[in-house]
Design a protein around this ligand. Structure first.
Ligand code: SF4
Ligand code: SF4
Ligand code: SF4
Length: 249
């Protein structure tokens, strides 16, 4: 049986998630042995127009990004978005909180209207094309990446947590940071990181995105105990949950 051909692409991002893949060390050799990597700008110079699986990092912030992404999607059977930039728009979506002309002027000054500096509101990958699987986090977790890829290669559906960070945090026996005055987003954010931040004394700031179906009543009870509501909690998610609506393009 021929090995699936895999290509890895990046859009607007810091490339930290690709670095997580590179840093898999000996595990990467095992994974690479199971597939044919035909394009990966960060790690090789070859390019290809033929691949079965695209792994995509980064968010869409320019008109040409969108066109390139459509081409990638048209060539593959499976598209996997990796990292917060790709899965939810990530930190790049902070731009969407402001009017685009102001953002351009602030960043590019008198050159703001030069055609090669054209920019659009930031979108996650699934706001442009269909995404088959998402690997969340900023950056992605190496173990989770390996797990998802292994499952897919074996024809299994990977289990992506559909419960909040609080579940993992409580399982670790951590004291709740709300007791110490930190507005932790754990009740509404997707688990899977092992409650990494609260376990180190920092509030969860939402890098894995909202869970699809939060238990709003339970979250309300917990949050209400501290005199807040779910909307207030969401308003604290500026870093990774900035608004999706159109800016003045
Ligand atoms: S999700 Fe975070 S680590 Fe990954 S590319 Fe975006 S900014 Fe970098
Ligand atoms: S709110 Fe934060 S600190 Fe409290 S239990 Fe949930 S994840 Fe842990
Ligand atoms: S605790 Fe929250 S911010 Fe920290 S890694 Fe997990 S999801 Fe991301």
């Amino acid at each position: 049986m021929s090995k699936p051909r895999v290509a890895i692409f990046d859009f607007a991002c810091c490339e930290g998630c690709q670095l997580q893949i590179v840093n898999l060390e000996e595990e990467i050799l095992e994974l690479i042995g199971a597939v044919d990597v035909v394009e990966w700008r960060e790690a090789m110079s070859e390019q290809s127009r033929e691949y079965d699986i695209a792994i995509v990092e980064g968010s869409i912030t320019r008109p040409e990004d969108e066109e390139r992404l459509w081409v990638i999607r048209s060539r593959v059977k499976m598209l996997i978005a990796i990292g917060a930039c790709a899965t939810i728009g990530g930190i790049n979506k902070l731009k969407n909180n402001f009017d685009l002309p102001d953002v351009k002027k602030y960043v590019y000054g008198k050159n703001a209207n030069m055609p090669h500096l054209d920019t659009t509101m930031t979108r996650a990958i699934d706001e442009v094309v269909k995404v088959d699987y998402k690997i969340h986090g900023c950056p992605i977790d190496r173990k989770e990446f390996t797990y998802v890829i292994r499952c897919l290669l074996m024809g299994k559906t990977p289990e992506i947590p559909e419960w909040p960070v609080c579940v993992e945090c409580k399982a670790k026996g951590n004291p709740c940071l709300w007791e110490y005055g930190q507005v932790c987003l754990g009740p509404i954010i997707r688990a899977g990181c092992g409650a990494r931040c609260p376990s180190s004394g920092f509030r969860c700031f939402g890098c894995r995105g909202y869970i699809d179906n939060p238990n709003v009543d339970a979250a309300k009870d917990v949050i209400g105990k501290y005199g807040l509501n779910v909307e207030t909690l969401k308003s604290k998610m500026v870093l990774f949950g900035s608004r999706q609506g159109p800016t003045n393009e």
